[in-house]
Design a protein around this ligand. Structure first.
Ligand SMILES: Nc1ncnc2c1ncn2[C@@H]1O[C@H](COP(=O)(O)OP(=O)(O)O)[C@@H](O)[C@H]1O
Ligand SMILES: [Mg+2]
Length: 462
């Protein structure tokens, strides 16, 4: 998901804080409840004690000698209703609210100082009850009685709620502040990105200088990567520009000469001469056509191409076959040496055929009649190797690098060609992750052009 850094930062901070706050609030409510209970239980106990002190024995029956009004006073405390009951032995009712409930067995929350505290329901309300049990000793007999004092829990609940709410709202405020700080902090931290974006979008499309803005270390990696890309783009742009300059220069000359030849032909009165001028024109036109075609191949060789798995022996054999007739006409002995094992590479068949065609054409073209030209396929541990070997004039070592540049022609200028063959071959080799080397022919005679391509396992294709 394309989420803003600021949002995810705040969410990652806010959500865990909210969960923590929830847990703390629950605990806080529980504690507040317990404290409120403890405080109120004490006053219930005090009331039960006060009533118990006024239980007296009249004859053999127990009575409470507390004025009714004093008992009613109890119920006048605060918001809550207070109820009481006194029972004698075997739960015989003495005074108070008769139906005040007994503790359910096991429900007692705590017991101390002869008193049991427990929660129950009475007249539709939740109440807290303290039950104090005592006995009066008289005539070697124990008269046991219990005093119940109950109170609705409204006030304690309210106290617990108030404590919790005030704690909760403070905590919530804190979370809001923390998230706001995170949001602002993230915004500030991201501000350099904005500057970065501005400096990029202000640029014209041909400005490929490195970006120079102050950014935090984390973003610097990104800037460095973009700058590297810019550098590569710059290099390939200047290569393209150089190529266009070269190409237009190279095309202008033959086109100008075509025009001159045509002008001469147009004014030629003699049909015989006209005929030979037209033949020359045809030859020049096809040379120019070939040049344009080569230029296009060269321009495209550096681009991206579909690669497939290819078997080098098969591919080169087809190419060599195509040159048999032409070699025969030139008096060249054209040979083909396949490798012992099959040899697979990843490549573009059309481009590789172009490469081999160029090499064989050169070997046939520049070697005198009676020479031998051999295409040999072999392999090293990592590479497939194709060598085109001739025993013609060769290229002196000092000139080999130059021969690989485009539009460089070293040999006799009358031979057709535009100086692109080797440059194209080298480009194609590089597009395939391989290399093209000019070496001495066998025994130091002639030229050996060595192409190395990374080989692959035909089973896995890797
Ligand atoms: N097999 C070869 N033997 C001798 N010289 C060669 C051979 N191949 C290429 N050359 C030299 O290298 C130059 C560049 O070759 P290339 O790029 O194919 O251009 P072109 O063949 O159009 O001149 C050629 O002009 C030629 O002088
Ligand atoms: Mg050539």
């Amino acid at each position: 998901m394309n989420q803003s850094l600021r949002t995810s930062f705040s969410v990652w901070l806010g959500v865990p804080l909210l969960i923590a706050a929830g847990i703390l609030l629950l605990e806080n409510y529980h504690n507040a409840h317990r404290s409120a209970n403890a405080a109120h239980d004490n006053s219930l106990y005090a009331s039960a004690l006060a009533i118990a002190d006024h239980v007296v024995l009249e004859g053999s029956s127990l009575e409470v000698d507390l004025p009714y009004i004093a008992l009613e006073m109890l119920s006048a405390t605060g918001e809550d209703r207070v109820y009481y009951k006194v029972v004698g032995e075997d739960s015989t009712f003495i005074t108070g609210y008769k139906d005040l409930p007994e503790p359910v067995t096991g429900a007692a929350e705590r017991s101390e100082r002869e008193t049991t505290f427990f929660d129950s329901r009475f007249r539709g309300q939740t109440i807290r009850i303290a039950k104090l049990t005592r006995s009066i000793h008289r005539q070697s007999r124990d008269f046991e009685f219990s005093v119940y004092v109950a109170e609705t829990v409204g006030e304690r609940e309210q106290l617990a709620r108030e404590l919790t709410t005030s704690f909760g709202s403070r905590f919530l405020l804190l979370i809001v502040i923390v998230v706001a700080i995170a949001w602002i902090g993230a915004s500030r931290a991201l501000r350099p990105l904005k500057r970065f974006e501005e400096s990029l979008s202000r640029r014209s499309y041909h400005d490929l200088r490195p970006i120079d803005v102050e950014v935090p270390a984390e973003i610097n990696v990104l800037v460095a990567a973009i700058n590297q890309l810019m550098e590569r783009l710059q290099r390939s742009f200047s290569e393209i520009r150089a190529f266009v300059d070269d190409a237009s220069h190279q095309l202008r000359t033959p086109l100008a000469s075509l025009k001159t030849q045509l002008e001469v032909a147009v004014n030629e009165p003699n049909p015989e001469t006209l005929r030979s001028r037209l033949d020359e024109l045809l030859a020049s036109t096809s040379r120019t056509g070939r040049l344009a075609e080569q230029l296009l191949v060269h321009a495209r060789a550096g681009g991206s191409h579909d690669f497939e798995q290819l078997e080098l022996n098969q591919l080169t054999e087809t190419v060599v076959r195509g040159w048999v007739v032409s070699a025969l006409e030139s008096g060249i002995d054209l040979g083909f040496d396949r490798s012992k094992a099959a040899l697979s590479v990843r490549g573009n068949a059309a481009l590789l055929e172009e490469l081999f065609n160029n090499l064989i054409q050169n070997a046939i073209q520049y070697s005198p009649s009676g020479s031998q030209v051999t295409l040999r396929v072999s392999q090293t541990d990592a590479c497939g190797v194709v060598e085109v070997i001739d025993n013609g004039p060769g290229i002196p070592e000092a000139l080999r690098e130059d021969a690989l540049r485009r539009f460089r022609r070293l040999g006799p200028k009358h031979l057709s060609g535009c100086g692109l063959g080797l440059a194209i071959a080298k480009d194609i080799a590089e597009v395939h992750g391989g290399s093209l080397l000019l070496c001495d022919g066998p025994g130091g005679i002639g030229l050996r052009v060595r192409l190395e391509l990374p080989k692959i396992d035909p089973a896995t294709g890797a």
